[in-house]
Design a protein around this ligand. Structure first.
Ligand code: TTP
Ligand code: MG
Length: 390
């Protein structure tokens, strides 16, 4: 059985938690894309007016003129997210975090530990409420997709369990938009053929599905029929760790781009050290303002452990894919080819990198206590508070 846990109106709930004046009011958190001016998220009070994530701020304020606009504060959301993951990890060793506010838990093997999954869900809700001060909704099912849809079924603060064998029946009456992975284009094609609900889609002949929507469509069709065998993949089992970010403006400022690259490297390295130890392969991605994406990958002979070393290598790679002129809208950095043995990490302390390792381990300690954004290399600070998010 799988649990899908999703925090309710995440950024907005954190803001309401921290400012009593915002409680019970329509609150809009300004976009993660800052200058592009979109709604990042809104409180349920604002959603009643039709406000939703991704909507231009101007339109949102027209729909809900009384809304209180709050700028995003990522350091706070990251802290809350770290607490959230920790709470859930208490109940299962296999946790797959999909975003700051959403994760799957594989509950197989925990049957003897907890009285029931609804009991676990209630405990998680209570702890999230007491320790973080916000609410979450939880879906319980044998499948990831059904658990995800179920968690959104009784938002906010809801628990929805779909018993084994009832998956298809649960999905059937839902509109096609509810099917994760069924994007706007696919929905249009399906609607053109009169397919409006997941049930209609599930009833289609697989041959027709493949002709209309290709292989991806066919795998979604299986999900629509209640067949979804995808596993919960915990982060330690992940094959690569990467971070990328889209800028609020297209830029060719090398100082800004290097600072972003360092920031992303710091994030990747923290994840790397929490989950495995070192990695040998580094990937750098750059996307131009014309949406052309370049990626470069290099495998090194020795494992790399520190942000310092990853950054130096990533920066060299970055200048191989970027001509120093083209304006960029996104960059990313990743590491793969892991060494799964954490203990080897410490053998490293003896060689020339030990200074950096000790420094970064000290950073880890500060971050464990005060959150990721509590400490940065000085050159990251040029990005400002709103930019230190990915
Ligand atoms: P969601 O889980 O999609 O939304 P939510 O938690 O705000 O609301 P819900 O109760 O429906 O789960 O996204 C989580 C956070 O991610 C959200 O609080 C803000 C951020 N986000 C954006 O910045 N831009 C977006 O377009 C979306 C969808 C989310
Ligand atoms: Mg959410």
């Amino acid at each position: 059985m799988i649990l899908h846990v999703d925090l309710d109106a995440f950024f907005a709930s954190v803001e309401q938690r921290d400012n009593p004046k915002l409680q019970g009011k329509p609150v809009i958190v300004g976009g993660s894309l800052g200058l592009r001016g979109v709604v990042s998220t809104s409180s349920y009070e604002a959603r009643k007016f039709g406000v939703h994530s991704g909507m231009p701020l101007a339109r949102a304020l027209k729909l809900c003129p009384n809304a209180i606009l709050v700028p995003a504060n990522f350091a706070k959301y990251e802290n809350a997210s770290e607490q959230f993951t920790e709470i859930c990890s208490f109940f299962s060793p296999t946790v797959e975090q999909v975003s700051l506010d959403e994760l799957y838990m594989d509950m197989a093997g925990t049957e003897c530990l907890w009285p029931s999954l609804v009991w676990v869900a209630e405990k998680i809700q209570r702890r999230v409420n007491q320790e973080i001060g916000i609410t979450c909704s939880i879906g319980i099912s044998t499948q990831k997709t059904v658990a995800k849809i179920a968690s959104g079924f009784k938002k906010p603060n809801g628990i929805t369990e779909i018993p084994l064998g009832r998956e298809k029946e649960f999905l059937e009456p839902l509109p096609i938009e509810k099917l994760p992975g069924c994007g706007k284009k696919m929905q249009e094609v399906l609607k053109h053929y009169g397919i409006k609900g997941i049930g209609d889609f599930a009833a289609m002949h697989p041959g027709h599905v493949e002709i209309l929507l290709g292989v991806h469509g066919l795998s979604l069709w299986k999900v629509a029929r209640g067949i979804d065998s995808s596993n919960v993949v915990s982060q330690t089992a992940a094959k690569s760790i990467s971070r990328s970010t889209t800028f609020p403006f297209d830029t060719n400022d090398p100082k800004f781009l290097e600072a972003k690259l360092l920031y992303l490297t710091e994030r990747v390295t923290r994840d790397l050290r929490e989950r495995v130890a070192g990695g040998k392969c580094i990937t750098v991605t750059a996307r131009s303002d014309g949406f052309i994406t370049h990626s470069i990958q290099r495998t090194f002979t020795a494992e790399i452990f520190t942000a310092h070393e990853i950054f130096n290598k990533a920066r060299d790679l970055f200048y191989k894919v970027w001509d120093k002129q083209t304006k960029l809208r996104l960059i990313g950095v990743g590491i793969s080819d892991f060494n799964q043995l954490k203990s080897q990490f410490h053998l490293f302390e003896k060689d020339g990198n030990s200074k950096w390792l000790r420094l970064e381990e000290a950073e880890d300690k500060v971050r464990n206590k005060y959150g990721f954004s509590s400490i940065f290399p000085a050159s990251v600070l040029r990005l400002g508070n709103n930019q230190t998010a990915s």
